[in-house]
Write a protein that binds this ligand. Sequence first.
Ligand SMILES: CC(C)(COP(=O)(O)OP(=O)(O)OC[C@H]1O[C@@H](n2cnc3c(N)ncnc32)[C@H](O)[C@@H]1OP(=O)(O)O)[C@@H](O)C(=O)NCCC(=O)NCCS
Length: 175
Amino acid sequence: MKRSEKEIAEIKELHLIAFGESEGPMVSELAANLLADPKTISIDVVRDGKRVGNILFSPLTLVDHPDKKCYLLAPIGVLPEYQGDRIGKELIEEGVKQLGAMGVDAIFVLGYPKYYGSRGFAPTWVLPPFHDTLTRIDAWKMREIKSGSMAEVGGKSIVSDAMMKPMYWDTTRRD
Ligand SMILES: CC(C)(COP(=O)(O)OP(=O)(O)OC[C@H]1O[C@@H](n2cnc3c(N)ncnc32)[C@H](O)[C@@H]1OP(=O)(O)O)[C@@H](O)C(=O)NCCC(=O)NCCS
């Protein structure tokens, strides 16, 4: 799904504000790069006539299981004044619905262990890209969409060019 230049600029701004001063610039740049790829799925939540939340999903390939159709959730952002009002949940569930309709097997995420644990994500045998720098193993999680499809599936994974950069996977920076 290709977004217009105006939409890309607006979504970039949303993530800049949602992620704040330290992470905002890096995440908003990533969002813009992902949105330039037509394979990226982008979903918004609109409140009071404005976009207040956005989530992006980009393809993730399993090296040993290329038949599996998987996506990476990154980033997800909600404007500060709208956080805690189930908008994050709405974005994830709408993503699951849309990806499920596309026949996707599973979604992966690297993020707050507690938050995603409460949103249906669980530990996985699949390794994230640049897994050597993953010091918080519980931050890497999977949510199966097609029931039973990911049983006994593991091994290395590869993501889109925009995401395939060590800096996005280095959790030592957040220790
Ligand atoms: C994380 C984020 C997307 C969640 O969206 P949201 O609309 O605020 O979240 P929801 O309303 O769906 O869920 C709220 C629940 O998540 C919890 N939660 C929110 N942020 C959390 C965090 N960082 N760690 C653990 N739990 C968190 C809340 O305590 C609340 O718990 P409850 O369901 O028990 O009441 C949003 O807070 C955000 O944009 N944050 C800044 C950007 C960011 O950090 N993105 C995610 C990076 S992994």
